[in-house]
Each structure stands twice: as structure tokens, then as C-alpha cells.
Design a protein around this ligand. Structure first.
Ligand code: PSU
Ligand code: MN
Length: 302
């Protein structure tokens, strides 16, 4: 097996102790240096504080690693030319010995292969605005339609076409529930302006849904637990609307396409909100990591 699972993660999975998968694209391509390394370490510590084992996932020198040591995390945060790998890139990276960070799609796939059921991130990828022209829909969605994993996120990134993404989630048959809310969260914002059909109130309820998924069997799709950033920590909605419009314009003008779009927009928002979007992003991720650890715990206690 090509997968390299750290001893700590393997032991925890084998003993059915709680494990939380963490993605690495947010570290390498989603957050500015040197803050990104601090965040990577802080998120792992937050998982441990809840009594679970963190499994940050990345590809290092062609080896997909589940569970990184500090030196490996430092490479993810600081190495120049570190690639961004969706799940389709995994075989190419493995065969060529490349190194790269894994997006939600690649992380979910590798986590599931390693027997890790719960995964925390910031915001999922989805359908980009102008989709009809560019056909830009994140590979996150298609992969989650056929992978049995629970993703705790603050909805989908607000740079996207949120209603179109919600529609695609429905079409693809991916279960979505708000956590403590009947509103779909908006990543930097607590409320995207769109409702969700289902609400979960406790980690135990999330674990019940996971058990029901297994009892029902195929298709092997994901569960999205959409956990809003606390209102006190969200980005000012008015600032968000204004700067996002500028960011989309700048992205088009710069001719950025494909994998470059999401990192460009996130970076633009950080620089033009005086870091306020970064604070909101971090608050969202922190909350998601904590909740994911609690769901992983409820899942293993069943
Ligand atoms: N969440 C964040 N920051 C990020 C991402 C998610 O808070 O940078 C990353 C995830 O790895 C997600 C990716 O899979 O952005 C989506 O990129 P794309 O739109 O190119 O599929
Ligand atoms: Mn894309």
C-alpha cells in the first residue's frame, strides 16, 4: 500500500479511538506565511485538547502521508513550489515523486483509505460564479458524492455561487445538515442567506446519522456538517460584499483560472480587509476542528 499512515494515527484507528483528518491546502495555499504554520500547529493542538488524534494529510516526495510530524508540517507551510493536489493529481504526484498539499477532495479520499471517518476544514470548494462560462466546479463535490466521510466545514467558500453549489450537492446526493442552525453558513459569514433542510444539535446526533449511512449502505457518500462561524467573529457582511466584488474583478483582470482562482481570491480578501477575513477564516476553522473532534469521539463511543 502506497499510503504512509503515522504510527499514532494507525494505533488510534485500530483501537477505534477518535481521529480527525485535517487538510493541508489551507496551510500551503489558503493562509499567509508565517501565520500558516502557527495555525497548522494550533489546529492539531485543538484536536488533542478534545481528546482526539490529529491526522494532517499531504503528499511528501510522492508519498501520501496521513499524520505529519512537525518537520513535515514545516515543509507544507514553508516549502516553495509546493503543489496543490486534488484527488485527480494523486497518482501523478505519487508516480513522479512530487510534493504537494491536499485539497478537500484529495484529503477526504486519503483519510477514508486510512480508515479515518471525520474530517475538518474551513470551507468546501464548489460551483464558482460564472460557472456557465468557465465550467469551474471544485472536484470536492464529485469526490464527496462517492466517499464515506463526515466533513465539518463552515459551508462552502463565499467566493462561490452558493445557491448553485447547494443545488449541486442535492443533485449529487450528498447529505447536508446545519449544526445548531437551519441556515446554511457562509464561510466568512454565519449565514449564507440560504436555508438547509436538516439541523443537528449535538455530536451524538451527527454520529447517529453516520451510523444510519452505514446501515443503509450504498451509495458511499459523505455527510456535510455545516457549522457556522460565531456571529461575533464573522466578517462584516457589508465589507465582505464590497471587497469580494473587487476580488472577483481583479481575478478576472489578472487572467487567473483553474486551481489558481481560490487561492487568489482568499489572498485578495485577506489583503483588502486588513486581515479581518483571515480572523473570520481562522475562527471558522477552529470551531470546525473542535466540533469534528467531538463528533469523532461520539462516533467511536457508539
Ligand atoms: N478552506 C479554507 N481555505 C482553503 C480551502 C478550504 O478555509 O484554502 C481549500 C480546500 O483545500 C478546498 C480548496 O478543497 O480550497 C478548493 O479549491 P478549488 O476551488 O480549486 O477546488
Ligand atoms: Mn476550481
Amino acid at each position: 500500500m502506497v499510503l504512509v499512515v503515522s504510527e499514532e494515527v494507525r494505533d488510534a484507528v485500530d483501537a477505534r479511538r477518535p481521529v480527525v483528518a485535517l487538510e493541508s491546502t489551507i496551510i500551503s495555499h489558503g493562509l499567509p506565511r508565517p501565520r500558516n504554520l502557527q495555525v497548522a500547529l494550533e489546529l492539531e493542538a485543538a484536536v488533542r485538547a478534545e481528546g482526539a488524534v490529529p491526522a494532517t494529510i499531504a503528499v511528501l516526495d510522492g508519498r501520501p502521508c496521513v499524520g505529519l510530524e512537525k518537520g513535515q508540517l514545516e515543509r507544507v507551510a514553508n516549502e516553495d513550489g509546493f503543489r496543490k493536489l486534488g484527488h485527480r493529481d494523486l497518482p501523478l504526484a505519487v508516480a513522479s515523486g512530487a510534493s504537494g498539499a491536499t485539497t478537500v477532495s484529495a484529503t477526504a479520499l486519503l483519510a477514508a483509505s486510512a480508515g479515518v471517518r471525520v474530517f475538518a476544514t474551513g470551507g468546501l470548494g464548489g460551483v464558482h460564479r460564472e460557472w456557465t462560462l468557465t465550467q469551474d466546479e471544485s472536484a470536492d463535490l464529485g469526490l464527496l458524492a462517492r466517499t464515506r466521510i463526515t466533513v465539518v466545514c463552515a459551508g462552502v467558500k463565499s467566493i462561490l455561487d452558493v445557491p448553485a453549489t447547494l443545488q449541486r450537492l442535492e443533485t449529487l446526493g450528498i447529505a447536508v445538515a446545519g449544526y445548531g442552525t437551519d441556515r446554511f453558513p457562509g464561510f466568512y459569514l454565519s449565514d449564507s442567506g440560504h436555508p438547509v433542510d436538516w439541523t443537528l444539535e449535538t455530536p451524538q446526533q451527527a454520529a447517529e446519522v453516520m451510523r444510519a449511512q452505514d446501515a443503509l449502505g450504498a451509495p458511499e457518500s459523505a455527510l456535510i456538517v455545516a457549522n457556522p462561524v460565531p456571529e461575533a467573529e464573522q466578517l462584516d457582511p457589508e465589507l465582505h460584499t464590497r471587497v469580494l466584488a473587487d476580488a472577483l474583478h481583479a481575478c478576472e483582470k489578472a487572467g487567473v483560472t483553474g486551481q489558481g482562482v481560490t487561492p487568489f481570491l482568499l489572498d485578495y480578501l485577506v489583503r483588502h480587509t486588513d486581515g479581518a477575513s483571515l480572523s473570520a477564516n481562522l475562527a471558522a476553522v477552529r470551531g470546525n476542528v473542535r466540533l469534528a473532534a467531538r463528533i469523532a469521539t461520539a462516533w467511536t463511543e457508539a
